[in-house]
Design a protein around this ligand. Structure first.
Ligand code: ADP
Length: 496
């Protein structure tokens, strides 16, 4: 096969992206949204991207049938000689390469059953990192920079530094992006000999943290640069409060914050086929018909004076889901309506379900993942709640704005960067922000939002909020500039 990705087109940089998930092939969380959208936007910024993914069973089950490239290789990993085929698919001008090693990846789940992880995660993803390099080498892919995402890809720069790779590969600059510092890839140190890394990686202290192998630490120390998904989170993770043990390393290394965007094609109230009525920022009045339809569908009273607050997301401590559950009775007592969609911690799920049952016709809770219902909620609700304890970037608030649902958020991480309080800045404000993680703090913010709603001011700001540009364009340009900086920096190092 002639490798389209191995030859340069009009674009002037070739970037290899290594990640564990990408929309539409395999999605577990927000990382997949980023890898699904950023490469196509980078192409518009003059960068050709080849994305490398494991070939999970889920990809085939979804009906994708990538083409075998004819290239294959074998790698001795954990004492087993593993054969790996390389498959290829092209989408929106982006090359996707899939590493097909059935023993590791032809399994029911991407990471493991819900709430769990396969016991051989360290072996699966270390193999994945090694294979990406082996595949690129085998195909003769020209690469100017390798962009690795999260702990699953964090060993790539270690393999470049401490394993047998070609001298050409060893010189390729690398960027590691942290999408959520809470997930670090921690494993038993006894696994080290299975990883196929030179002994110096361990002896040099590149991998060990608090008695565990820590893949993310390895990536932070050996990548040429590190970034995360918002400027505020970049700052926060260099502090002991939010640094999760990595703050000294991150402080020393320096972390660039580049905000995520949302895919404006996938999230568009003008064309969304799941809405009762489509509408646009020029005329958001279609929200009323959507609200009416949603209330009917969910059995909520059609009360025009009751603002509808919504929460969609993982029901976990990070997202402040427990704070929402704790405030539910008070929310309803104030005459507000409330809808929640999500899944996560069992106790929070149960508390939300029983709260909704206590307040039938005013509150509704659905446990599970439901993209269609999520879209109807974004299109109907007046306000979107994100009381996150920490939030690397957050997509929910940006989707909400696009659908004319005003965000009410805790001022942290990416929420701090994307939401300006309407109370303190009525001209440029686009939501309500509060501090702390108490039910009281949340309720005070909801009261302010409800006041705004009842004074009839919400409609006036919606066209402006909906028209805000949170698409990927700006972020792709920021990444493109950062790539060039890193490449220049590496050349400078080599020249010294
Ligand atoms: P996370 O930390 O989970 O990645 P984000 O705010 O960055 O949080 O992204 C969450 C994305 O997943 C949003 O697009 C949101 O609409 C969607 N989502 C989360 N939970 C659900 C659910 N239960 N049903 C439908 N969509 C959901």
């Amino acid at each position: 096969m002639t490798m389209a990705a191995g030859t340069r087109g009009d674009e002037d940089l070739s970037v290899m992206m290594v990640a564990a998930e990408a929309v539409p092939f395999a999605k577990v969380g927000g990382l997949a949204d980023v890898i699904g959208a950023l490469p196509a936007s980078l192409r518009e910024a003059g960068i050709r991207v080849s994305v490398f993914l494991p070939f999970y069973r889920e990809i085939r089950k979804k009906g994708f049938d990538p083409t075998p490239t004819g290239s294959r290789f074998s790698l001795l990993h954990d004492g087993i000689d593993r054969e790996c085929r390389i498959l290829h698919a092209e989408r929106d001008g982006v090359s996707f390469f899939f590493l097909d090693e059935p023993d590791f990846f032809d399994r029911e789940w991407v990471y493991g059953p819900p709430g769990g992880e396969y016991p051989d995660s360290a072996l699966r993803f270390s193999f994945f990192c090694r294979s990406c390099l082996a595949a690129a080498e085998k195909m003769g892919l020209e690469v100017d920079l390798i962009h690795c995402h999260d702990w699953h890809a964090a060993l790539v720069p270690l393999y470049l530094k401490f394993a047998e790779v070609s001298t050409l590969q060893a010189k390729i600059p690398s960027l590691l992006t942290i999408h959520n510092l809470a997930y670090q890839g921690r494993f038993d140190p006894g696994l080290f000999p299975s990883l196929g890394l030179g002994r110096e990686a361990l002896d040099g202290g590149y991998l060990e943290l608090w008695g565990s192998l820590n893949f993310l630490k390895g990536g932070i120390l050996t990548a040429d640069a590190v970034s995360t998904v918002s400027p505020a989170y970049a700052e926060e993770i260099t502090t002991p409060e939010q640094g999760m043990g990595m703050d000294p390393l991150l402080g020393e290394k320096g972390v660039r914050g580049i905000l995520n965007g949302i895919d404006f094609g996938l999230w568009n109230p003008e064309t969304d086929p799941h809405l009762a009525v489509n509408y646009s920022s020029a005329d958001p009045s279609g929200k009323t018909a959507n609200l009416k339809a949603l209330r009917e569908e969910l059995g909520l009273d059609p009360l025009p004076e009751a603002p509808l607050f919504a929460f969609i997301g993982r029901l976990v401590h990070q997202k402040g889901a427990d704070v929402i559950a704790g405030g539910m009775d008070e929310i309803i007592r104030r005459g507000f309506q409330f809808v929640v969609l999500g899944s996560g911690e069992r106790q929070v799920e149960e508390s939300l379900l029983s709260g909704a049952a206590r307040h039938r016709k005013m509150a509704f809770a659905r446990i599970g993942f439901d993209d269609e219902l999520a879209r109807k909620i974004y299109a109907s609700a007046d306000f979107f709640l994100m009381p996150s304890r920490f939030e690397p970037c957050g997509l929910g608030q940006m989707i909400a704005m696009r659908y004319g649902c005003i965000p009410v958020v805790r001022a942290t991480g990416g929420l701090r960067d994307t939401v300006t309080d309407l109370g303190s800045d009525p001209e440029r404000g686009n939501g309500f922000a509060f501090e702390g993680d108490t039910v009281q703090g949340l309720l005070e913010a909801l009261d302010r939002a409800a006041g705004f709603f009842r004074e009839g001011r919400a409609g006036g700001v919606l066209p402006r909020i909906m028209a805000q540009d949170n698409s990927w364009g700006h972020s792709a340009e920021a990444y493109a500039r950062f790539y060039r900086e890193i490449i220049e920096g590496k050349k400078g190092e080599a020249g010294r």
